[in-house]
Design a protein around this ligand. Structure first.
Ligand code: KIV
Ligand code: ZN
Length: 518
């Protein structure tokens, strides 16, 4: 049986607390999702914000070979706006939803069951005037009265819905119960055989993937989820886990997806980098330890025969196996070749800066691995023009002195128009060296930002490993949050790079017109 994968990383996933992606970042993720070959990309909820509208519009225009969906409540303004955003898509889908559980009807919607059916029917009919591909979701379906739910679904199908989605909105279901529920819906709802039956599970009890797979065994044909399992509260079902479970245990699930699993790891990295939501080390499929064998007995077994302890090969999900690939004597040709083997195509300008970063790193670190290269490229392939770049950093810190940072930032644009100086310098004291760095950068840019989170990951093993700092700032200019990422073998340099990256995103979004006076 063919199982369709509906990716909602850019809609439900972006509803993760603290996550906010700009249009360019969303487009980059959508392009990668198309490469991964998911069937549907839910690109956003166009009515809720101009940013979402813009993202759905651009993704619809630019990303082809995949269905692009836009979410809409049942009111006509939502649906009309969703269509406005989707109209240039090759395969547009309007996804409309209304809640069906009595708890929500009573306290949230204050609607009668009859009014809900009426609204659902009207919404599907309205959406049908724009596109044939209309998905209807009954929010909180798993806690709804089955008889009433079946009536709503039947009415939505009669009105023209082509996909019927059953969400476990609050992650309350258990696998057996959810499978039975799906089985009942399939049997009872007239017309169900003509449409695609979809499910959408949340992970509040850690059961989203299990519930999704149980539903497939009960006949669900479309699974909704997000990369790395991000999403509202505890998140959505993790797409990479579902896809690999279906592939590895085809004997049990008998379902096949169209996903190119070799793109999974890269997609996971991209989503983690752009959302700032790091993947836990022991996370299935894409965690750092997912294919690491620590015990000697296991290592011995894997060397003799990988299948002794590996049920999947790392290459199947795109995890590179080569250890040490390049060193300080490697030239530009070897560098470019390895990058193209890893799937990166860089413009010559991008290649020059990336090569410079590589040489710099090779001076400080003995062997450069694929993971190091990926980290460099991910930092260099900036999606937005960087107004500021770190020129230098000087720190004085210790147990008995006040931490002080002196920072030099290059202003790229001003260098282009030939101004005498493109370097701005400031010094600041702080509670710690990172605080001092942020304050010195704020003094230069004129933007006063608050550091909300700061975290570091070692990209590879060893004392000379690259440190990858991911941080989140908020600005008093618009109260939004921005994620920044920076890498270096020096954690303070990585912090400065990450902070500058986040501030560059803020500046790009605010536009030069709203720039504060220095
Ligand atoms: O969780 C949910 O119910 C949803 C719907 C809008 C599909 O995200
Ligand atoms: Zn959801």
């Amino acid at each position: 049986m063919r199982v369709y994968i509906f990716d909602t990383t850019l809609r439900d996933g972006e509803q993760s607390p603290g996550v906010s992606l700009n249009v360019k970042e969303k487009l980059q993720i959508a392009r990668q999702l198309a490469r991964l070959r998911v069937d549907v990309i839910e690109a956003g909820f166009p009515f809720v914000s101009p940013g979402d509208f813009e993202a759905v519009k651009i993704i619809s225009r630019e990303v082809k070979g995949v269905t692009v969906a836009g979410l809409a409540r049942t009111n006509f303004n939502d649906i009309d706006q969703a269509w406005e955003a989707l109209r240039e898509a090759e395969q547009p889908r309007i996804h409309t939803f209304i809640v069906t559980s009595s708890i929500h009807l009573q306290y949230k919607l204050r609607m009668t069951p009859e009014q809900v059916i009426e609204a659902a029917v009207a919404a599907v009919k309205r959406a049908k005037t724009y596109t044939n591909d209309v998905e209807f979701s009954a929010e909180d379906a798993s806690r709804s009265n089955l008889n009433f739910l079946c009536q709503v679904l039947e009415a939505a199908i009669a009105a023209g819905a082509t996909v019927i989605n059953i969400p476990d909105t609050v992650g309350y279901a258990t696998p057996n119960e959810f499978a039975r529920f799906i089985g009942e819906i399939r049997q009872r709802v007239r017309g169900m055989e003509k449409v695609i039956l979809s499910i959408h599970c949340h992970d509040d009890l850690g059961l989203a993937v299990s519930n999704s797979l149980a539903a497939v065994m009960a006949g669900a044909q479309q699974i909704e989820g997000a990369i790395n399992g991000i999403g509202e509260r505890a998140g959505n079902a993790a797409i990479e886990e579902i896809v690999m479970a279906l592939r590895t245990r085809r004997d049990v699930f008998q379902g096949e997806t169209n996903v190119r699993t070799e793109e999974i790891y890269r997609t996971s990295r991209l989503v983690a980098n752009l959302t700032g939501m790091n993947v836990q080390h022991n996370k299935a499929i894409v965690g750092k330890n997912a294919f690491a064998h620590e015990s000697g007995i296991h290592q011995d077994g894997v060397i003799k025969e990988p299948t002794t302890y590996e049920i999947m090969r790392p290459e199947m999900v795109g995890v590179s196996h080569s250890d040490l690939v390049l060193g300080k004597h490697s030239g530009r040709h070897a560098f470019r070749l390895r990058l193209s083997e890893l799937g990166y195509t860089l413009s010559s300008e991008e290649l020059n800066t990336a090569f410079e970063r590589f040489k710099n790193l090779a001076d400080r670190k003995k062997g450069i691995t694929d993971r190091d290269l990926e980290a460099i490229i991910e930092e260099e392939l900036r999606l937005i023009p960087a107004k500021y770049n770190l020129a230098y950093l000087h720190i004085s810190s210790g147990t008995t002195i006040i931490p002080t940072a002196t920072i030099g930032l290059k202003i790229e644009e001003e260098a282009h128009v030939g101004q005498a100086s493109s370097l701005l310098e400031e010094a600041a004291c702080g509670n710690g060296p990172v605080d001092a760095i942020c304050k010195a950068i704020d003094k230069i840019t004129g933007y006063s930002c608050t550091l909300l989170t700061w975290g570091i990951n070692a990209v590879t093993e060893g004392k000379d490993a690259i440190g990858e700092v991911t941080l989140m700032i908020t600005s008093e200019h618009n109260k939004k949050t921005y994620i920044g990422r920076g890498i270096s073998t020096d954690v303070l340099e990585a912090s400065a790079r990450a902070y500058v990256n986040a501030v560059n995103k803020l500046i790009w979004e605010l536009g030069e017109g709203k720039r504060p006076k220095n």
